[in-house]
Design a protein around this ligand. Structure first.
Ligand SMILES: Nc1ncnc2c1ncn2[C@@H]1O[C@H](COP(=O)(O)OP(=O)(O)OP(=O)(O)O)[C@@H](O)[C@H]1O
Length: 319
């Protein structure tokens, strides 16, 4: 079932640039140029793109903060920018670079204010708070003012805040930005846990490791257009970046079999390091090569290196 539907989404910003004391130029920035995608209920979607691609603009429109210039946007039964008041009862939002909590209040007071704003009944609030304290390790920070928290503690508190009303969907804009490894683990594990429980998550991040770990689907945005949508692991099949086969093996003199492998797979044999490096097109090729090498040579070490998601993304961004 589609939960989010976006069709032909466009957003233009008008900016004025000062030309002289009395004159200014009007310029239109096309931040989104007709974006289409759907997100299913329970999906964990990674939304990525280089700086200025239009990710924040999309999130602002999806969360009802901003109107689109054109196109259709539907989340559940709502049109975010039209039904804003009712709509926000059903969503949770975290902007990693901004706090949405009351800076001077203890975390718990913010939660209680949110309880009132979202009209969460006492029993449900108590249950949800217990759950969040347990899963986000909030016990020690509940009574601390937000301004005293470390970035990692604050992010856990923010995630708790956006879950007080137990929304169906979360929009997270860079929730792990600047976090150390331990804090990041806690956030990532929590997101995995709530997605396993059925929450739909729309995540923007520059961190490919988070995307690989968490997301089943991904959208890649570049210059206001979607340039890839599909499974995270399938991304590896859309570029022709080679798979590297690296073998440690000692070869004396000329060997016709080796020469054939080298020319077929654009490879090199380094006689000083005793190392063979091949650039292979498909995974099937790698098992054939392994068979051939192990049958015909003394192979001390053999490894296959697939292109990383970072390399693929870099290629997509620059093409
Ligand atoms: N309020 C605004 N007024 C004018 N131009 C804007 C405004 N907000 C964004 N833009 C422009 O729209 C384009 C898309 O910006 P957006 O912030 O959505 O990108 P982004 O993918 O979120 O980038 P980043 O990763 O740097 O946050 C950029 O060219 C940006 O300069």
């Amino acid at each position: 079932m589609e939960f989010i539907t976006v069709q032909g989404l466009k957003k233009e910003y008008t900016v004025y640039e000062k030309k002289s004391l009395f004159r200014r130029n009007k310029r239109t920035i096309e931040a989104l140029k007709g974006v289409d995608f759907t997100v299913k209920k329970g999906e964990f979607l990674g939304y990525i793109g280089p700086n200025g691609a239009g990710k924040s603009t999309t999130i602002k429109i999806l969360t009802g903060i901003m109107n689109p210039s054109d196109g259709i946007v539907k989340v559940g039964d709502y049109i975010p920018y039209k039904d804003r008041k009712k709509y926000v009862q059903n969503i949770g939002v975290v902007f990693g670079q901004k706090t949405q909590m009351w800076w001077d209040l203890p975390v718990k007071d913010t939660y209680e204010l949110l309880k009132g704003i979202y009209k969460v009944d006492d029993k449900k609030y108590k249950r949800q708070l217990e759950y969040l304290v347990d899963k986000l390790f909030l016990e020690d920070i509940l009574n601390h003012p937000v301004r005293q928290l470390s970035l990692g503690q604050r992010m856990r508190a923010e995630l708790g805040a956006c879950m007080i009303h137990d929304p169906e969907i979360l929009f997270l804009d860079e929730p792990t930005i600047g976090l150390d490894v331990v804090s990041k683990h806690k956030v990532v594990d929590f997101l995995q846990e709530i997605n396993n429980k059925g929450k739909t998550i729309f995540l923007t991040t520059h961190d490919m490791k988070d995307i690989e770990k968490l997301c089943n689907e991904m959208l890649v945005l570049n210059h206001g257009n979607i340039v890839y949508k599909g499974k995270v692991d399938q991304l590896k099949t859309i570029t022709d970046l080679p798979i590297k086969v690296i073998a440690q093996m000692n070869i004396n003199g000329e060997d016709n079999n080796l020469n054939r492998i080298l020319s077929k797979h654009h490879g090199k044999y380094d006689k000083i390091k005793n190392q063979l490096v091949l650039n292979v097109k498909t995974k099937q090729d790698t098992s054939e090569i392994a068979k051939n090498l192990f049958n015909n040579f003394t192979v001390e070490d053999f490894k296959v290196e697939e292109p990383s998601i970072e390399e693929i993304i870099k290629l997509i961004y620059t093409s």
